[in-house]
Design a protein around this ligand. Structure first.
Ligand code: AHR
Length: 812
């Protein structure tokens, strides 16, 4: 009866026996790839006209990403039992899964539900009004569907909705490439803003953070400084679909007369069952992650777990691709018969890209070999098992106030068995549980929860771990434990079985104990055993990642949330509201957040730059008080997915609006963060890298300018642009904040127009004197991918912003 209150409206959309002459036809494309499409005609025999241009009123969310999500035979009716518009369709072509979604107006939709058999569907589904199977020719294609009579006013509201969607789609497809035409004849634009400190208010001091996810080889082969690939021989074919070479010997090769075979008898640890058994004279070579990069004069720490019945000296070398030795050492195994770790330091005599590590076993060897590890001595902050110094420093340079980890999709995983179990990522390295990465590779988890906490400590950033809400990714290819059920074997968010939820909730609570517990507690003691007796001071905990806010989700989320609140009321739980800035999960997620008084929710949206330009008031409309926002994943996406001045300035413009809303938005993080060249699965990313170098994007510089110039109070300085044209006015943004620690005022100003913008920024109420000021400015042509900020001098109050620019000014 959810829509009882809307009954008069819904009923008013229907009419008896076509009295009005308007008919509605619901259908999807024959290949099932569209969502729900609608067409109208004004009476029997008239031509059907589609509503909107290929407009999907609702799209099926069932199945794995992309083309896996299908809709067949959508029936649309007002359900007699609950008086709501209900759409029912087949989500699999064989009809084995039926889907259902509910809407008050065919525009807003509740989260979808799926049924393996029609018997599972709500029993009392009955059309209140007749619908008739029919076929129609629409845009020259004959499609099957269902027709019914509706009132002209309702037909009109659907047409108006389609018109509005088309208007927004056109608005958001404005790209800078069209600026010469769009702004032909536009001269210098003028604007003014007057700071009004009397209306100032505190804003979050954690607005800029980072979101680290192991996507694009961001962790192994990336931030994690390990140079040996598949160091533990634990790659297995199921890690990586379609790659038979992805197995225990991946990245390893041998030469010599001896033998090397993968063995599993009496391994170093049950979580690490494979090792290499070497017999006789043999060289075992590892090719690293796209080779091993060495820097002249740098030292590298090699460690190898060996099990050998008698003492043996193993020569180790680092060689160039041509075979020249650039570092040499010896590992001396004592031969106790049990597993023991041998280490040595190697020094590179020259810089090399694509080097190899060789373990040269002498004649007579009989050894088990595992955990072959090579780290630069110079890791970030010199930590053992640490992070690649240049990459970590580039992240530190952002001055992030928090780090969200270990990922978005990585955290909730591809099916229940792939949920990131934090406990498997802590403890001795050989005891960690390797995990298939949802992005189709392998996670050693040498960079695990303990290392993430250490990294936060090294950055002076708050840790924000995110745990699954007891459900895997809604785009999973297998959801339940080894399921052959029609729903859970193919995608869809099933949940951890209820009988396993108590254990899962305990794991969540144990994480807080690991981070904050006294060393007398079980998990506090484990943290201490890992070398960190002091607590990590965890304050935030993410539960869920852009999940479907389904019944399955809600039941599990509530269990976890209630348990955390009861045991650790001081922890700020961050909930989730789906993957978009609107829609079913966004609405349902926010409803739940308000109902449960969740302190903060994580919003995600990857959008056109023009969406950011035209939605700067997005958070102005948010209710103050109560649940706060963490904008946990966002980026401006252009066709072709570049990172350039256009995307960066759109983000800068939007962030000025976020600063204005820093009383409701607590944190933000661009996504994704890192991408290794040659292994990039998602674009754009903030920083691209290979083994030798880094390429921070223009967008990175925007993040860095915001991160290094935070304010703690927002000073309203309402912007007046001298133009009636919103396309012009929306392309200028400013924000004025005060950093109460330094007493400085910070002005950020963005001009996304192809012409100069001349402003009068009156800061007299802040005591700022007119004159020239030092500023940092980022500018370039929209397609420029290399622009970097430069120092310059600007004047106040008459500020001139070059075309396509972002300026940051600090004044006292
Ligand atoms: O940032 C990349 C992915 O985008 C994240 O894993 C997921 O949360 C989102 O869909």
């Amino acid at each position: 009866m959810k829509y009882r209150h809307l009954l008069p409206i819904i009923l008013a959309s229907l009419t008896a026996s076509g009295a009005s002459g308007e008919q509605l036809f619901s259908y999807s494309t024959p290949d099932g790839k569209s969502g729900l499409r609608l067409a109208l005609r004004s009476g029997e025999g008239a031509q059907w006209s589609p509503i909107g241009d290929r407009l999907n009123f609702v799209s099926s969310d069932f199945g794995p990403w992309g083309a896996g999500k299908k809709m067949f035979s959508p029936r649309l009716f007002v359900n007699a039992a609950d008086s709501a518009w209900t759409c029912v369709w087949e989500a699999k072509p064989d009809g084995s899964v039926t889907a259902l979604a509910v809407s008050p107006d065919l525009q807003r939709w509740e989260p979808q539900r799926y049924f393996a058999s029609p018997h599972d569907q709500p029993r009392d589904m009955r059309p209140l009004h007749p619908i008739t199977p029919d076929s129609a020719t629409i845009d020259g294609v004959t499609v099957k569907g269902y027709r019914q009579d509706i009132m002209p006013e309702f037909a009109e509201s659907l047409r108006a909705y389609a018109t509005e969607r088309a208007r927004l789609a056109a608005l958001y497809s404005q790209h800078a490439a069209d600026d010469p035409a769009r702004f032909a004849g536009l001269g210098t634009v003028t604007f003014s803003a007057t700071a009004d400190p009397a209306r100032s208010y505190p804003i979050s001091d954690k607005l800029i953070g980072i979101f680290f996810e192991d996507i694009n080889y961001a962790a192994d082969g990336g931030l994690y400084a390990e140079l040996v690939q598949n160091r533990d021989f634990e790659y297995i074919p199921s890690d990586r679909k379609g790659d038979p070479a992805w197995c225990a010997t991946h990245s390893w090769s041998t030469t010599g007369d001896g033998t090397a075979t993968v063995d599993t008898i009496a391994p170093i640890h049950p979580n690490n069952p494979h090792y290499m058994s070497v017999k006789g004279s043999l060289t075992l070579t590892n090719s690293g992650y796209d080779g091993i990069s060495l820097t002249k004069g740098e030292k590298y720490r090699l460690s190898v777990a060996l099990r050998t019945p008698h003492a043996v000296n193993i020569t180790v070398t680092l060689t160039t691709p041509e075979g020249e030795t650039v570092a040499k050492g010896v590992l001396k195994a004592k031969g106790s018969g049990g597993w023991a770790t041998c280490t040595t330091l190697l020094r590179a005599s020259r810089s090399v890209s694509g080097a190899r590590l060789n373990l040269i076993f002498p004649k007579g060897t009989d050894a088990g070999v595992d955990m072959v590890s090579l780290f630069p001595k110079n890791t970030f902050k010199g930590r053992e098992n640490g992070l690649r110094a240049d990459l970590a420093q580039t992240l530190a340079d952002l001055r992030p106030r928090f780090v969200r980890f270990p990922g978005g999709c990585v955290a909730h995983g591809n099916g229940i068995d792939n949920i990131y179990d934090w406990k498997g990522s802590v403890g001795p390295l050989e005891a960690r549980k390797p995990l298939r990465n949802i992005w189709n590779y392998h996670q050693t988890r040498g960079l695990g929860y303990h290392e993430y906490f250490l990294f936060c400590e090294d950055l002076g950033a708050e840790p924000l771990p995110v745990l699954s809400a007891g459900v895997p990714c809604q785009n999973s290819s297998v959801a339940a434990h080894h399921s052959d059920h029609p729903i859970t074997s193919l995608g869809q968010q099933c949940g951890i079985p209820m009988e396993e939820m108590d254990a899962y909730v305990r794991d969540v609570l144990d994480l807080i104990e690991y981070a904050n517990g006294d060393i007398s507690t079980e998990w506090g003691a484990r943290r201490a055993a890992a070398g960190h007796p002091e607590p990590f001071n965890l304050k935030y905990l993410g539960i869920g990642n852009e999940d479907l806010i389904s019944e399955v989700f809600e039941a599990r989320f509530r269990m976890i949330y209630d348990a955390v609140r009861a045991r650790y009321p001081e922890i700020t739980v961050v909930g989730t509201v789906g993957p978009f800035y609107e829609g079913a999960d966004y609405d349902a997620g926010w409803r739940l957040a308000r109902e449960l008084d969740i302190p903060m929710v994580d919003e995600h949206y990857y959008v056109d730059p023009a969406w950011m330009i035209h939605n700067q008031d997005y958070y102005d409309r948010y209710r103050r008080g109560g649940t706060k926002v963490y904008l946990g994943e966002y980026a401006a996406h252009l066709p072709g997915r570049p990172s350039n001045v256009e995307t960066a300035l759109a983000e800068a413009l939007y962030l000025t609006a976020v600063e204005r809303n820093g009383d409701v938005v607590e944190m933000t993080s661009y996504a994704p963060l890192l991408a290794k060249e040659g292994h990039t699965q998602w674009r754009p990313d903030l920083i691209y890298f290979n083994n030798d170098s880094l390429r921070p994007t223009v967008d990175y510089h925007v993040q860095r300018l915001f991160g290094n110039n935070p304010g703690t109070r927002y000073i309203p300085a309402p912007l007046k642009v001298d133009s009636d044209n919103p396309d012009v006015a929306h392309r200028i943004g400013i924000s004025v904040t005060t950093d109460e620690k330094t007493g400085e005022h910070i002005i950020k100003a963005v001009n996304l127009l192809p012409v100069e913008a001349k402003g009068n920024i009156d800061l007299s109420a802040l005591g700022v004197k007119p004159g020239s000021v030092r500023a940092t400015i980022l500018t370039g042509t929209p397609a420029d991918t290399r622009a970097i900020p430069v120092q310059t001098t600007l004047t106040l109050p008459n500020l001139t912003l070059p075309p396509y620019s972002f300026a940051v000014i600090r004044v006292r």
